[in-house]
Design a binder for this molecule. Sequence first.
Ligand code: SF4
Length: 346
Amino acid sequence: MKNLRDFTYPELLLEVEALGERPYRAAQIYGWVFHRDAASIDSMTDISRELRERLKHEYRISGIDVLDVKRSEDGTRKFLSSLEDGARMESVIIPEEGRLTLCVSSQAGCALGCLFCMTGAAGFTRDLSLSEMAGQVFAARGLLNEGERITNIVLMGMGEPLNNYGNVIRFLSVLTDGKGMGFSHNKVTVSTAGLVPGIKKLGHDTNVNLAVSLNATTDEVRSRIMPINRRYPIAELISALKGYPLKNKKYITIEYVLIKGLNDTADDAKRLIRLLRGVTCKINLIPFNLFPGAAFERPDAEKVDAFHGIVYDAGYTVIVRASKGADIDAACGQLRGRRAVPDRVK
Ligand code: SF4
C-alpha cells in the first residue's frame, strides 16, 4: 500500500487523475497530509466517504516510530526512530535564541566515512524516503513543549543529503510549499560534505540555504579526515561555491570542525581566509565533539579563541558554535542511530 506522505503535489495529481478524480482532490489530500498532518484517511472530513473508502484500498498514511527520546540539560532533544524495514535514524531538536531548529537525517547512516563523525564510523544503511524525512518533522512536533514551534530545518543529521538527491529535492519541495509544510526557504538549510556536482545542481533546483563542511585548508589534511576530498578536492569545491547562485542576500555557511593539532593552527586560520576570498559566506567554528573511540581531541579554549580572532580580524562573520546536546550525544558528529548503551549516558 502506498504512503500518501510519499507524494509531492505534482505526483499526487497524477495519482488522483489515475483514480478518475478531479484535480482539486489532489490539493485537498495534499493539504490534509502535509499541512494539517492528518493521521488517517478517515480524518479527511471534507472528502466524501465513498472516495475515502476507495483511497483506503490503495493508500495509507504512515509515520515513523519514535523509539527513544533523550533530553539534554540545555533543552536539546534527540530522538531515535525506527523505520518500516527496521532501519534506524536520529533527529535533534535544538533550542537557540529566538528559534527552534530541527536537525533532520537524510540517510540511515552515511557512506562518506568522515573520521570526526560517529555516523560515518557506524556505516551506511540506506537512503531515506520523502515520508521518512517529513515524518521526522511531524514526530518532532509531537515532542515539543507547550508554546514551542519548529522555526528552522537543517539537513545536517545522519547522512549526506546530496547523495540522496532526488528524495531530498522532493522533501524540500513539500517542506517549502505554502500549501504543504509551509517553511520559508530562508529557514531551511542543506549541509553537504562537498559533493561538487550536487552543489551545482542544488543551486539551480532550490533556493534554500547551503552549508558546507570544510574542516581543513589543505588537501592532505582534508583527504585524511574526509575521504570525499579525494574525489572533489578543495580547489574544485571552492570554485563551485564561488559559482553558487545566492539569492535574497544569502550567504553560504562554512562549517569548520576544529581538531586539536590537526587543523587549528594560526597557519590554518590564515589559509582559510585566503581560500574563502570571493566566497560569500559566514563561518561556523565547531570545536570537535568527542565520542567513544574517536581518534581526535578537542582544542583548548585559547586555541579556539586565537583561530577565531585571526578569521574575525580578516573581516569575516565568524562564530564559535557552542554545540548543544553534547551530554546526550546529540551534538554535531555524534549521531549514530542506535540506542545509547547505558554506561555511556551521563
Ligand atoms: S560528517 Fe556528514 S557526510 Fe561526513 S560521515 Fe558524518 S554524516 Fe556523513
